[in-house]
Design a protein around this ligand. Sequence first.
Ligand code: DC
Length: 215
Amino acid sequence: MSPPLIIAVDGPAAAGKGTLARRLAATLGLPYLDTGLLYRAVARRVINSGGDPADAAAAEAAARSLHAADTARTDLRGPPVDSAASTVAAHPGVRAALLDFQRNFARTEGGVLDGRDIGTVIFPDAPIKLFVTASAAARGHRRWLELQARGVAADLAEITEEVRRRDANDAARAAAPMVAAADAIPLDTTTLDADAAFATAMALIQARLKAGLHS
Ligand code: DC
């Protein structure tokens, strides 16, 4: 019997990973996990308890006491949590605390997981890995549109800079940095809308499945 199918979708902030991964999961009948929500929920716990996201011990304690329900909170998006999530995600103890949850999530039925280290650390043997990118300007603009849609006033240049800063932080950390796995398929969505990104990703996945890499 073949192992359950796991699709890793990694890449920088606001590249379109979440929208794409959710749609791939629905189409392929696989469970979907947005792993960024785990780091966001840890950051929210630390902030709410008056702690400092840069404090490794406080962040690890928050990660160890995390419940799956924490990821359903409605206050996990927006600039303060964005950057605090990137800060707590740099602590090795936080990453270690969240490892088993992510692996167990896809153990029986497989899944589509999006994040930064799914194809390199969480599921290095995943048969399909996408590394989704877009220019910093396009990603800043998308994040700005998201905030607008939620009624949050924001400055485009500031949001773009914040996205850049967060990517630099996520790529430069020592623990599981954001990097494309050697066998990841690159997908640049700078000029693709959500439908085009989905169609391109499906074609790439089907080609890889056909080539027998998932047998
Ligand atoms: O995907 P996101 O923007 O919601 O993620 C928020 C932060 O969490 C991101 O800046 C880095 C961190 N993260 C991570 O380090 N590893 C993951 N697998 C997912 C997110």
